[in-house]
Design a protein around this ligand. Sequence first.
Ligand SMILES: Cc1cc2nc3c(=O)[nH]c(=O)nc-3n(C[C@H](O)[C@H](O)[C@H](O)COP(=O)(O)OP(=O)(O)OC[C@H]3O[C@@H](n4cnc5c(N)ncnc54)[C@H](O)[C@@H]3O)c2cc1C
Length: 397
Amino acid sequence: MTTARNALPFAIAGGGIGGLACALALARHGFRSLVLEQAHEFGEAGVGLQVAPNALSVLDALGVGDVAKQDALLIERMVMMDAVTGEEVANIPCGERFRERFGNPYAVAHRADIHGALLDACRTFDLIELRNDCRVMDFELENSGVSVMLETGERIAAAALVGADGVYSNVRTRIIGDGAPMSAGAVIYRATIPAAEMPKDLQHPYPTFWAGPGWHVIYYPLRDWALFNLGATVVTGQTTLDESEDVSPRHALPLFSGGCATPLRVLCIPKRFRRYVIVHREPVDNWSKGPATLLGDAAHPMVQYIAQGAAMALEDAICLADATHECAGDFAQAFLRYQELRIVRTARVQISSLMMDKLNHAKGVERKVRNSLFEGRTPEEYYDRLAWLYTPPPYVR
Ligand SMILES: Cc1cc2nc3c(=O)[nH]c(=O)nc-3n(C[C@H](O)[C@H](O)[C@H](O)COP(=O)(O)OP(=O)(O)OC[C@H]3O[C@@H](n4cnc5c(N)ncnc54)[C@H](O)[C@@H]3O)c2cc1C
């Protein structure tokens, strides 16, 4: 049994990618934690995840990078197509030069593989306790730390609390109390397509992104090419939706109008789509209260337009554990240090993701302007513009 640096454990609300990465990062510094997950089992909803080099660098630092990369598809390029004309707008090679520049490739993966790699690693540490069927409702600050309240009425004494409980975080309600997240006015239709049903001429070893007027479609193969992950987003202005029922392409297709044939061919393949209203929040300048803090989507939920939400949760985890390691047992101080290091970067990603709405969904003259912005850009010019995002921050080592 490893001796823990903390007598009472850290309580981590939520065992998603962020919560598990946090437990792992803390354990690597000798801190004990208790992960409280509301679901009956640890797992991941959804299928595909783009894993940018900054996220892979965190997985490397946590000792699970090789496993994660082994199961992932390391993509050859990122491509944006104009869904009106069928022309290529942008093409960013992700080969050797990209890897040298950012220290890692760009991958697409099963969410379950990334989550599974973290979960397996957590299970090798006796400093980490994983509990299911534990929905965190609230907490109170006490002299010795935090008292965490579960839905069952149980109270858990913890040295500190990390709210990694996602976009509808209960821990956030107590720390910030800013109500429900807001709609981005867009709906995503998601499906997976068995490779046998995907026409051969549409199968590429990279994400194909179709930018349409008021909508976009992205699809990519998952690790063994058995499945394609498909996400189709349309700006509708909607704030609510019955998300419980799957819908057919017949329902979805009329929303994706004004495009050429190819992206629409892809949309006709799945038999059913799951659909959700996309929600997010504006950045805040504080997400901690004494020895309680937030991480991942609970702290800075964003629209998915630059595919960085999980990457930010992973970076948070390593930064939080580093700050905790450096603050000699003063967890409130550690959390202030952690948020000081993370708020500007995560806010920039939140804001940049939202700005992509304009590029991804441009119509009319704006569409032409968008295309002209990318015209003639060299790979190095793309890399220079992406460097702030894909270069891992100093605490990711
Ligand atoms: C359509 C879409 C596509 C995306 N694509 C990408 C992508 O390609 N790349 C990328 O980096 N990011 C992507 N993201 C963002 C990414 O999915 C999230 O940012 C990421 O999952 C956040 O991780 P998390 O651990 O903070 O939260 P979550 O993944 O939401 O995990 C929260 C966990 O907490 C549990 N929980 C919730 N409430 C409680 C409670 N009260 N008590 C106990 N447990 C609780 C949940 O069951 C869950 O297990 C995408 C998001 C969307 C919507």
